[in-house]
Design a protein around this ligand. Sequence first.
Ligand code: DAH
Length: 374
Amino acid sequence: MTDLTQLEAELSARTAAASDLAALEAIRVEALGKTGSISELLKTLGKLSPEERREQGPKINGLRDAVAAAIAAKKAALETAELEAKLAAERVDLTLPAPPERRGRVHPTMQVLDEMIAIFAEMGFDLAEGPDIEDDFHNFTALNFPPKHPAREMHDTFWLPEDAHGERKVLRTHTSPVQVRVMQRLNEKLPAWIANGPPGANGQPPIRVMVPGRVYRSDSDATHTPMFHQMEGLVIDKNIHMGHLKWTLETFTRRFFETDAVVTRFRPHHFPFTEPSCEMDVQCDRSGGSIKIGQGADWLEILGGGMVHPTVLANCGLDPDVWQGFAFGLGIDRLGALKYGMPDLRDMFAADTRWLEHYGFSAFQAPNSATGLS
Ligand code: DAH
């Protein structure tokens, strides 16, 4: 017959010594589990005579209750100790400095775009946008590039595969197709007053709009990237002439470079969609390895422009004998690189966050004409 006193002493000693919940659970299973030592003792009761059972029953049941109570008490103690250890280890030290926060930077192209918008908006220009995937008509034909004309090749165009109608769309090579969409008033992204025309004018000009956007050409070196950003300008009204174009661009350039010392020069040029056409240069100094605007005796071409060709006006449904206008196109990234001294245009789109950390802008530096552009 098992010595109940000894069994109880042994179990209570082991229970007291259990150092964690797993060890305690092992003791419980060993004693009180289905085939545990105390459970086996309980099973023997059925085989005893009534007298023996009367004597042994209360003892064994008492042993079971005592062991179960000891284990439960030890379990509660171990759980409390475990929680306390966890709380001590995980205590939050509110005096520690907060970890540095990673802040995003505004990409220079977007900053420069905002600067340009601030300048042209103050001159009364509205904003319009057009699609990046353009059809041949808007990108070339309406702009007076005749079919098969070599000028189409000059743009290093990315052609898309033929669609179901046998048409090959293009990634637009310039923002000029949006001129056509604005004049046709066929673009879903036109501001309402351009789309519908000013009240009472039946959708007729005047138009005064700037068009920023991505453009694409198969070209890549330090001053060319396959995707870049252009800003197109378009003004259509009665009695518009080259003088308006010259004033607008000179004023823009001085404000953009934030100095009245900027000297500009207009050279005759050729674009199919303007007549006469010009390129505008700014005077600069290239002597010191970097380009400085507003000093020196060198010239740097920064944009193209001209008077909208009568054929283009007619292609867009405007009577060239009534309406005239000027247009211009400039490279947003290129002007930004010039203003903020970035040597290689390809870095702009390499998605290197170190570059962005260095050349990027704080989101709080929102350019506007009241507080300054940069
Ligand atoms: N679309 C021309 C280009 O990408 C730039 C340009 C030149 C736009 C003259 C114009 C313009 O609106 O009048 O090279």
